[in-house]
Design a protein around this ligand. Sequence first.
Ligand code: SF4
Length: 244
Amino acid sequence: MTYSYTQISHYLRCPRSYRFRYLDGWREKDTRATMVFGRCFETALGAYFRGEDSTAVLFKEWGAFRDSPFEYRKGDCWDRLVHQGVHLLQKFAQDDRVQVLRPQQNLQVKLLRALSGNNEFVSYIDALGTLDSKPCLIDWKTTTSRYAEEPQALLTLDPQLICYSWISGISDVAFVVFVRKQQPEIQYLKASISEDQRREFGRLIETTVGQVETGQFPGHSGIRFPQNPCVSCSHLGLCLNDQQ
Ligand code: SF4
């Protein structure tokens, strides 16, 4: 069986939801505009590093969804997203802080790692390049609000970055966060992941896979802040016996 960060984090959030999604096959429809836009934007970033016209690529990719019946957040629409995207691409080029040599090899890099019991773990790394001239593993994010930066080194606790550091063996990792807001902004957030963190994450993966393979899927329910996973869970209807 092949596992990914998305699967493991899904299990850790709520094992019952994992069972609905990965064993029973209940999947969410792709109707959220922001998710689809994020994928189009990342395709445009790839074009930027290949020396192509990234704005044209963004228009082409996102243009394919112009008439799609998406759910937009309040105040968002197709035009607003594309204009924010263009603004962010221009700002990214002006900042010129990220370089990716040989983009064909160093964008969307597939990494595999063997786990016990004939299992394996797969990750697709957005970019292997440099940030401010320092070699770094990079993950792109598109969002509507800034990522928290304080206290110092907070990002070293991000499980996705720890996961990518674990599978690649690379300590220096970063999120490049494209913030879609009134005045679009880009955050360049660096972190250094330690060997101890990578080892601990490896143990967490093995424990989690063991729980999946022995069929442990208890619900981690919660409806009140701060542990309210059911409120935003796409499987809520199933837990309330309302399959519609
Ligand atoms: S509704 Fe709650 S208990 Fe049910 S799958 Fe979702 S998070 Fe888990």
